[in-house]
Design a binder for this molecule. Sequence first.
Ligand SMILES: C[S@@+](CC[C@H](N)C(=O)[O-])C[C@H]1O[C@@H](n2cnc3c(N)ncnc32)[C@H](O)[C@@H]1O
Length: 224
Amino acid sequence: MADPQFVHDTFSAIASRYVLANHMLSLGADVLWRSRAVQIISEWHPSNLMDVATGTGDLALDICRELPEIRVLGLDFCEPMLAIARRRGLTRTLQADAMHMPLENASFDALTISFGLRNLPDYTAALLEFRRVLRPGGHLLVLDFSLPDGIARGPYRLYLHHILPHLAACLTGNHSAYAYLGRSIEQFPRGLAMMKLMRQAGFTNPTHLPLCGGIAAIYTAEAR
Ligand SMILES: C[S@@+](CC[C@H](N)C(=O)[O-])C[C@H]1O[C@@H](n2cnc3c(N)ncnc32)[C@H](O)[C@@H]1O
């Protein structure tokens, strides 16, 4: 599990290059993944939504743009990332720890977290905290990296652990942040394991949608 101080310092260090690095390292696929997430959210018709670990606000801003009827709050504990989100147009932001959010029980219709859950120190405790702030029947969407199944896994691991950190170091000047990315993806629960964690944290109807052959995935569930 991730060390919060390391995660905080890492994202503070790469904040100014984060958006560009993301798009280049995923060859633009992250844009498609977020677009799929927004499509799913549109079917829920929430009045309000919190994007946890919003970072530079990519998903929150897409939701604001595509679904302007939703009141969106972006939460993150890293001020340099949030400052960029605000500069890019995210008007409602909150600097806070996702593990202990200063928010009332049952106060949101929907909660999203993209490329964030993997960086939290305790997945079950985080999911319990997400369920706490969701109203009963509220929706959770998790978008994050995963590992492809079958023969693609070997070559993908080679890319993830031996090529990507060097490419990313050229873009961001930070090799350790992207060596950490590979490690965090390896130990992040996938597929059935993630759906089991969601059920244990009090969510029902978990779903799993692999993206781009399984290098990323969207999970959804409903708060009980
Ligand atoms: C990989 S970025 C994802 C940003 C954005 N959601 C996206 O899709 O690009 C992970 C974000 O999680 C935030 N984060 C990590 N641990 C956190 C915590 N305990 N509380 C709040 N934010 C956290 C980091 O500051 C960082 O902005």
